[in-house]
Write a protein that binds this ligand. Structure first.
Ligand code: PMP
Length: 445
């Protein structure tokens, strides 16, 4: 591993890195110094093709001048405004612009927008809105929240509780009254599938079983990622989300789609809600909302939910929830500029045009040693390697390190490699990604 050669390189001791094996990383650090378009430049000067849009967020590519200029102008005009009982025009303008492209289109009515500072905050916000709504309509016994195995919903206490990753909650405990559906990953029945797998829609009936077990009158909401990203690109079987929607509606359970990854064009449609044609009651977003530049999240709520909470005396606060940085001026400026780029360059639907070539290129990795499954949808891919029996995760990690040295950033979770390039990717970038990845997979022990 080449060591970074930063002049006046900082000591690595003080920064406690998130979700990182700190000691391993600091022994052989990988540091990024700059980014432009499809590429990072590492501190040792080598170019790294961005195969992951940063962390699933830089959908319009790096170094976008329009965003930089909008943020600078906003910073010099109005750097901060109190978010409670006070407003500023950019927040209303950004919410209005988001409402115009809201998940599911105008008929879905998901056009009321609550701003947060991150994906985790969006998830906890959506769960709290769900509980508040149930109470507001006289369904106060509905306090249970249902998630799914292998779901990732950030790291707030709500998110880890409905999330399906035991490591993220093992030492922290979790909220009472949460339960989980089984995940839909079934390699025995679905492997090397392009798009949605054929088998597994019946797994949605798990929700019916939880209704039978706990009583519908105890369940407020069910949250799923339409396509689970962080846990390895798990694509819903055909009919699964439709069935989940139907069961939720029948039992008065709110359906929440966590679109922190799938939002803003990842699947070749503005939102996964549009891709699958299934309309939830709440949608969480972050990441691509500001092209990853200024931290921000947003929750889209249905008008029905919003309006039900606009009750009581007019001088009463309707929802006792919010953040200092809700609707932060810089984030709104960045977001507005980002939406401008998405619209001008057609990026929210560009993935649809690239999807077939993308799937073809990635599925060409089939047959290489250790590759046991490949899944693709929109501009996302999951490539699963056979774990080393003595060291699960080691193989994919080796590929990750090798790819970085050869000039490609990928993401690994366990022995699954995830790819999700910026939506500005050209065919030659895709070819380079799969070429470097193929070489790295071939060299793995
Ligand atoms: N939900 C999903 C589906 C995510 O993928 C993530 C982040 N990867 C989050 C929530 C949490 O977002 P953040 O890290 O911004 O808190």
């Amino acid at each position: 591993m080449s060591q970074p050669t930063l002049k006046n390189a900082p000591s690595l001791d003080a920064y406690w890195m998130p979700f990182t094996a700190n000691r391993q990383f600091k022994a052989a650090p990988r540091l990024l110094a700059a980014a432009e378009g499809m590429h990072y430049t590492a501190t040792d000067g080598h170019q790294v093709l961005d195969g992951t849009a940063g962390l699933w967020c830089v959908n319009a590519g790096h170094g976008r001048r329009a965003i930089a200029q909008a943020v600078e102008q906003q910073l010099l005009t109005l750097d901060f405004a109190p978010s409670f009982q006070m407003g500023h025009p950019a927040a209303f303008a950004f919410a209005e612009a988001l409402a115009a492209i809201a998940p599911g289109g105008p008929e879905a009515g998901l056009d009321r927008v609550f701003f947060t500072g991150s994906g985790s905050e969006s998830v906890d916000t959506a769960l709290k809105i769900a509980l508040a709504y149930q109470r507001a309509i006289g369904q106060g016994t509905r306090t249970r929240l249902i998630g799914r195995e292998r779901g990732y919903h950030g790291v707030g206490f709500g998110g880890i509780s409905v999330g399906g990753l035991v490591n993220n909650r093992r030492v922290f405990t979790q909220l009472p009254g949460t339960d989980h559906l089984r995940h839909t990953h079934d390699p025995a029945r679905n492997s090397f599938v392009k798009g949605q797998p054929e088998h597994g829609a019946e797994l949605a009936e798990d929700l019916e079983r939880l209704v039978a077990l706990h009583g519908a009158e105890t369940i407020a909401a069910c949250i799923v990622e339409p396509v689970a990203g962080s846990t390895g690109v798990l694509i819903p079987p055909k009919g699964y989300l439709e069935r989940l929607r139907e069961i939720c509606t029948r039992h008065g359970i709110l359906l929440i789609f966590d679109e922190v990854i799938t939002g803003f064009g990842r699947l070749g449609t503005p939102f996964a809600t549009d891709y699958f044609g299934v309309v939830p009651d709440l949608v969480t977003t972050a990441k691509g909302l500001t092209n990853g530049t200024v931290p921000m999240g947003a929750v889209f709520a249905s008008r029905t939910i919003h309006d039900a909470l606009m009750h009581g005396p007019e001088n009463a606060i309707e929802l006792f929830h919010g953040y200092t940085y809700s609707g932060h001026p810089l984030a709104c400026a960045a977001g507005l500029a980002t939406l401008g780029i998405y619209a001008e360059e057609g990026l929210l639907t560009r993935g649809a045009a690239l999807a077939a070539d993308w799937a073809g290129a990635v599925h060409d990795l089939r047959g290489r040693r250790h590759v046991i499954d490949i899944r693709t949808i929109g501009l996302v891919a999951g490539i699963e390697l056979q774990p080393r029996p003595d060291a699960p995760g080691a193989r994919a990690y080796e590929v990750f390190v090798d790819c970085f040295e050869r000039g490609l950033l990928i993401r690994v979770t366990g022995d699954i490699i995830a790819l999700s390039p910026p939506l500005i990717a050209e065919p030659e970038h895709i070819a380079e990604m799969t070429r470097i990845l193929a070489d790295a997979i071939d060299r793995v022990a």
